[in-house]
Design a protein around this ligand. Structure first.
Ligand SMILES: [Zn+2]
Length: 257
């Protein structure tokens, strides 16, 4: 019984914060405040009352339409909330109840926001990644098992790797392959998770990105020259590194000796 209350609370916290993330995704790239003004319908401008702003449920009882103008609410809103709720369950399932868990849950939300902003605008805002690098180092040094040395190496390896790639890619691939936002994002990931996980993140992101990119080109969903931003792949790689990275590294090195 109490078991279900605990898991239920984690999920509800996740979707409430997920609801806040939809605001961040919408406003951060435009440099707008994420606290004021209150949310309004983008179509008719009507303010959204608290009773119509309840994560997941409001979407269901409004049947996906604005109460005032009946314009449809994008399905991405409840999806963003739901995934954030499930993400928090995953983090608590993996790490239990500890300070680490709070950091990892926050990190999950950052990955999720970056995924959508990069998808929409093909940018990863400095306002997320630069404070993220500093905060990641503090968390890595003081809260997480990462440790400050590993965290510092994570910033250097994560940032340095992509910086090198960005520098050579115009010569190798003919045009800019890696944006500055990706570099700072991977440096931030390295700050939180350490240098090993930064490398794992980049490996997973590259492989998944290549497979999906080639698949979409072959299926002609993407035309030549069109591309999917790298941020969502980095976020996926970082999620895998955060949840299973230590297991993957142990397994890999046991295989070598
Ligand atoms: Zn409306």
């Amino acid at each position: 019984m109490s078991h279900w209350i605990v898991w239920g609370s984690v999920f509800i916290l996740g979707i409430i914060i997920g609801s806040f993330l939809t605001v961040c995704i919408h406003r951060v790239p435009n440099g707008r405040s994420i606290v004021a003004p209150r949310s309004a319908c983008p179509q008719c401008g009507a303010q959204i009352g608290w009773y119509d702003n309840i994560p997941l449920l409001s979407f269901l009882w409004l049947k996906g339409r604005c109460r005032v103008c009946k314009d449809s609410i994008p399905v991405r809103y409840p999806v963003i909330e739901l995934v954030n709720g499930l993400g928090y369950l995953l983090v608590v399932w993996r790490f239990g109840f500890a300070w680490d868990t709070v950091v990892y849950a926050g990190l999950f939300s950052v990955f999720w926001v970056v995924t959508w902003i990069d998808w929409d605008h093909k940018i990863i805002p400095d306002v997320i990644t630069l404070p993220g690098i500093v905060f990641g180092f503090l968390c890595g040094a003081l809260i997480l098992t990462t440790g400050w040395v590993n965290s510092l190496l994570g910033i250097l390896v994560g940032g340095g790797f992509l910086l090198g790639l960005a520098w050579i890619s115009p010569y190798v691939f003919g045009k800019e392959g890696m944006g500055g936002g990706d570099i700072k994002f991977l440096a931030m990931i390295g700050a939180f998770l350490g240098w090993q996980q930064a490398i794992l993140t980049l490996m997973v992101a590259s492989v998944v990105g290549a497979v999906i990119g080639i698949g979409l080109l072959a299926a002609k969903v993407l035309k030549k020259g069109q591309y999917i931003p790298f941020g969502p792949y980095l976020a996926l790689g970082a999620l895998i590194a955060m949840i299973w990275g230590i297991d993957i590294w142990n397994w890999y090195f046991r295989g070598l000796v």
